[in-house]
Design a protein around this ligand. Structure first.
Ligand code: UD1
Length: 438
């Protein structure tokens, strides 16, 4: 199995280009199942999760073609050969659940193995189920020793008004896609407002759907009889962009992050500025300058968009461990997203966690250690810590990082980091090794 080895190399500098958004492309790929026509997605990142989603689409009978670099994917789901998702792919990637809405909308039935919990939390799907039931589907959740499955039967879905108790990203996407082909109007109150939801709505509207309000606190979907093929370019990955912003900050570097939308990272910009990092919009991106000055602590509370994203909490925590003074971090989105704290503490970060709160002591001088990427963003946080730790940091279980970062090692090295990837003689990394998270 591969490991990433990082050594301190001073401030990062130069330009880095963010790729297409992982969390946008997965539901976009799932949405292609809603039509028999070909759909084309551009700006697709080359990620393990994308590979799993393509395998999932093929398992439903879709033809999936990728151009050489994998950036452009054409999907044609002329017929759907089965409405049942394979167990191994759903287990490999929890986000496979977003295929349920399109399959239900298109075929009138869907069976998806229960994705179950993961390292960062229990991850129930009750809100997805609540949405399908509101649309008139009969939904049965079967639990058995093999993990169980959720079966939905909804041959005549009807638009409905519903309220989500929590603004779940996956549930909002699933309901939008199922409702696109339902009869009548669906209103989702308290939906997720993430940019990835807006991107999905834009793509569905290009396919002929009638969705308004995506990105606000009420989404209205007028069902249509059929959807047609469309072409779409995936939005840039705001979490990858923010990871590079933090790489500049933690190394006290000066980096221009290209192909990013600053209005997607407003809370991260606000918090970096509170800490004393200089940020300026500069064609073609955002300049992050942490090369001078004194950096202060700040407090963070993760929240659904437009609040501070949970997906950048571990990386921000790594940065805060290096600034003067204590910071308080509260994780409200996932119940167990502090697995990286033990690993950061092995490197001398001095973080104390209790329940969903953590106190970062600040002012730590990190030292290299053997650490484990416990999930995708935890892995990114360890890479950031390794950039400023004395000695060598060896990160194992890097398949988590491959799920959501395209060539993180190459991009960091391009900014001057001393970072490399080594194979350790173990089994070749493959999607079968993936563990679902996020
Ligand atoms: C998506 C993102 C993930 C991000 C998360 C929150 C993708 C592929 N992944 O995950 O990177 O961290 O949003 O921003 O887009 N919940 C329920 N019942 C449900 C559904 C969710 O209680 O039916 C809870 C979850 O357990 C969790 C919280 O809601 O505590 C947020 O989950 P959700 O917004 O659904 O996240 P995902 O769509 O899984």
């Amino acid at each position: 199995m591969s490991k990433i080895i990082v050594r301190k190399a001073g401030p990062l500098s130069g330009q880095v280009i963010t790729g297409g958004s992982k969390n946008a492309v997965l539901p976009l790929l799932a949405a292609t199942l809603l039509t028999e026509d070909p759909c084309v997605l551009d700006g697709v990142p080359n990620l393990k999760d994308v590979e799993v989603m393509c395998r999932l689409l093929r398992s439903f009978g879709a033809e999936v073609e990728q151009d050489e670099g994998g950036r452009r994917i054409t999907v044609r789901a002329k017929t759907i050969s089965t409405s049942e998702a394979p167990h191994d792919l759903v287990k490999a990637m929890r986000a496979s659940i977003v295929a349920m809405g399109p399959i239900l909308g298109r075929c009138g039935e869907a069976v998806v193995p229960l994705p179950g919990g993961c390292a960062i939390g229990d991850r129930p799907i009750d809100l997805h189920v609540k949405g399908f039931v509101a649309l008139g589907a009969d939904v049965e959740v079967v639990t058995d020793e093999g993990g169980g499955c959720v079966r939905a039967d909804g041959r005549a879905l009807k638009g409905a008004e519903m309220y989500l108790d929590f603004a779940s990203v996956g549930a909002t996407e699933n309901i939008m896609m199922a409702a696109a082909l339902a009869e009548g109007t669906t209103v989702i109150e308290n939906p997720a407002q993430e940019p990835e939801i807006v991107d999905l709505a834009n793509f569905l509207n290009k396919m002929g759907a009638r969705i308004r309000g995506a990105g606000t606190d009420t989404i209205r979907i007028e069902g249509v009889e059929r959807l047609h093929g469309a072409e779409h370019c995936v939005i840039p990955d705001r979490i990858e962009a923010a990871t590079f912003m933090l790489a500049a900050a933690i190394t006290r570097g000066n980096v221009l992050v290209e192909n990013m939308l600053p209005n997607h990272v407003v809370p991260i910009m606000a918090k970096l500025r509170e800490c004393g990092v200089q940020l300026s919009e500069e064609e073609p991106g955002l300049r992050v300058d942490a090369s001078g000055g004194f950096f202060r602590a700040t407090d963070i509370k993760t929240l659904p968009y437009p609040g501070f994203p949970t997906d950048i909490q571990p990386q921000f925590m790594a940065f805060l461990s290096t600034v003067q003074g204590p910071s308080n971090i509260v994780e409200t989105v996932f119940e167990n997203r502090f697995m990286h704290i033990d690993e950061l503490n092995r490197m001398g970060a001095g973080i104390l966690a209790e329940g969903r709160s953590a106190i970062v002591r600040g002012g730590a001088s990190l030292t290299g250690a053997q650490v484990r990427a416990t999930d995708l963003r935890a892995g990114a946080a360890l890479v950031l810590a390794g950039l400023v730790a004395e000695g060598e940091t060896v990160i194992s279980d890097v398949y988590h990082i491959d799920r959501g970062y395209e060539d993180l090692v190459g991009k960091m090295a391009g900014l001057g980091a001393d970072i490399r990837r080594v194979k350790n003689g173990g089994p070749v990394d493959s999607v079968d090794r993936l563990v679902f998270a996020e």
